[in-house]
Design a protein around this ligand. Structure first.
Ligand code: PFF
Length: 452
């Protein structure tokens, strides 16, 4: 493919802005939605423990690898691999990343739309006891409403990405992420004063290893990966807007810490109210859209708390969605010389259209199932998070661990950052631990391995 000479590369205006934007990408529905209910399902603290190990052994090493590849080339995922090793294979890993971004964004915006719909509903005062389940069902059953809110969410995403790196993504992350963290802490403190606080905390943090099945272990590994936005070049792309004086290892630790912190705080916000109102903590994905609204309806200040809760989740979701769109946008800008405006509007629209089947999979197309009864939405989610991300992550780890030379890597991280032999520790993890762990996850998911 001819490489067109493109616009001058944009850069983050500050290190702080970059860390917030990357944290914004990481903190999303994965933390707020997936993490708490998976923790609830697989033994609370035992799950959290495996999750933490996964963040340290696989998450942080791949995060650093993506930043190294991105910053050293200043390019999108495809261009970055091609710039480093121009052969038939490695650029394909970039292609896989761009495709994964496309797929995840298409259904992520559908859930984003549900959240906007709930914000809207809470403004019009419609949390009612006993009705949340029925309301959610009837919302899911309405194709027009689902597609409408999906489109609105995509509209916000397109709007922010249109502003570019420093005056779009960074500017909005600097507003939305601090607001998110403040709201999260306020709601958590409010929950900790509820009668169910003690039970909620021990449910989340006290390890119950008997519930930690092998499925739970794999889920913890996969969740850590999804939650840190790894394996598809989103962090690689954000890294490509970095300048040389940002410390990659310190930033990576900050981002991973903030992401994990937000996941745990989200659990500390949710479980105390779940126990106060005696609802089953293992209700799965419906927890967000049925259980919690039900709880809000029976709280004295539930309308306000419910509204705040969904605003908070919307902020988390939108800062993740923009990073997904940015991967695809930066790819066509770099590779085909499109302007940001054209890439953003056109691809945003195409991905919106690609998301419609996911929205319809809850109503008109609900009869279409495959892969053990999964609807289109679930198929895409499972394909992307259980297969595409770990495959992408595996090859990124191999590339960083075995293909790049020490010289290439040290140019990005050793120079300024050799305290605690950080580079050496990272290198052992990315060469051996991370790829082996990801390979086990993959083999197990594909059914090739079933011994443990
Ligand atoms: N990290 C996001 C979340 O936890 O919801 C999801 C995500 C965003 C995954 C961006 C991958 C990505 F590139």
């Amino acid at each position: 493919m001819p490489l067109k000479k493109t616009q001058k590369r944009e850069h983050w205006a500050s290190k702080f802005g970059f860390v917030l934007a990357a944290t914004g990408s990481a903190v999303g529905l994965g933390n707020m939605w997936r993490f708490p209910y998976k923790a609830g399902e697989f033994g609370g603290g035992a799950f959290v423990l495996v999750y933490l190990i996964a963040v340290i052994a696989m998450g942080i090493p791949v995060l650093i690898a993506e930043f190294i590849i991105g910053r050293s080339t200043q390019k999108n995922p495809v261009g970055a691999f091609r710039a480093l090793r121009n052969n038939k294979f490695w650029p394909l890993v970039g292609w896989l990343g761009v495709l994964t971004g496309f797929v995840i964004l298409s259904y992520y915006c559908v859930v984003g739309g549900w959240i906007l719909k709930y914000i809207f509903s809470s403004l019009t005062g419609t949390f009612q006891t006993g009705a949340a389940g029925v309301r959610f069902e009837s919302f899911l059953a309405s194709p027009a409403e689902m597609v409408f809110w999906h489109g609105i969410f995509m509209g916000f995403t397109i709007f922010i990405v249109r502003g570019g790196i420093s005056s779009g993504i960074e500017k909005w992350s600097k507003i939305l992420m601090p607001a998110f963290i403040i709201l999260l802490l306020i709601l958590m403190i409010n929950s900790l004063f509820s009668p169910g606080a003690e039970k909620g905390i021990s449910f989340l943090l006290k390890p119950d290893f008997s519930k930690l099945t092998r499925e739970g272990i794999l889920e913890a590994l996969g969740s850590a990966f999804f939650s840190l936005s790894l394996g598809m070049g989103a962090m690689l792309t954000y890294g490509s807007y970095l300048d040389k004086d940002t410390n990659i290892s310190v930033s990576s630790l900050e981002i991973a810490f903030l992401d994990t912190f937000c996941a745990i705080i989200a659990g500390l916000m949710i479980f105390p109210i779940v126990f106060t109102y005696n609802v089953d903590p293992k209700v799965g994905p419906g927890m967000f859209f049925i259980t919690l609204p039900e709880v809000f309806a029976s709280m004295p200040t539930g309308q306000l708390i419910g509204f705040t809760f969904f605003v908070l989740v919307a902020f988390a979701a939108i800062t993740s969605a923009i990073s997904l769109l940015e991967v695809v946008v930066s790819f066509v800008m770099d590779e085909f010389g499109w302007t940001r405006k054209k890439a953003d509007y056109l691809l945003g629209f195409v991905i919106f259209v690609a998301g419609i089947p996911s929205a319809l999979s809850f109503n008109l197309w609900s009869g279409f199932t495959a892969w053990g009864g999964k609807n289109i939405f679930d198929i895409l989610d499972s394909l992307a998070s259980n297969y595409m991300l770990p495959i992408g992550g595996f090859f990124i780890a191999i590339f960083a661990g075995w293909i790049l030379t020490h010289g290439e890597k040290e140019a990005e991280i050793k120079k300024v950052e050799n305290a605690f032999h950080f580079y050496d520790i990272w290198h052992v993890l990315i060469q051996y631990v991370t790829p082996v762990a990801l390979l086990i996850v993959l083999l197990y998911t594909t059914g090739a391995l079933s011994f443990f």
